[in-house]
Write a protein of this length. Structure first.
Length: 112
């Protein structure tokens, strides 16, 4: 699965206008930074926060073509809705890696 589905990003560009994409992408990148910082905060309840951000990430990641991030968010959100136990440590590590990798990929795209 791709970190960045360029076709979806191009589709978004045609829907909202190419000049609006960098603005919205910057907001998305800032959200990812906030998620990363919060997941690295050891005073936070990571299980509750993972459920919260996965619910939010389902749509935003899908909109920007962040396929791997979106798929993982959907998976965790579905588990949360079924009250399934999460392996918080593994889920947190996977989410942090996906957020960081996705963010780096999009930043590289913006710098072109």
């Amino acid at each position: 699965m791709e970190l960045l589905n360029r076709h979806k990003l191009d589709q978004l560009s045609s829907e909202i206008g190419a000049s609006n994409v960098p603005i919205l992408l910057d907001i998305f990148l800032n959200e990812m930074t906030q998620y990363i910082e919060a997941l690295n905060d050891d005073t936070r309840d990571h299980e509750a926060y993972l459920k919260e951000i996965c619910h939010a990430l389902k749509s935003s990641a899908a909109s920007f073509g962040a396929e791997s991030l979106c798929a993982f968010a959907i998976e965790i959100d579905a588990k949360a809705k079924l009250d399934e136990m999460l392996d918080v440590v593994d889920t947190r590590e996977t989410m942090l890696k996906l957020l960081t990798d996705t963010q780096q990929r999009y930043k590289a795209l913006l710098s072109k």
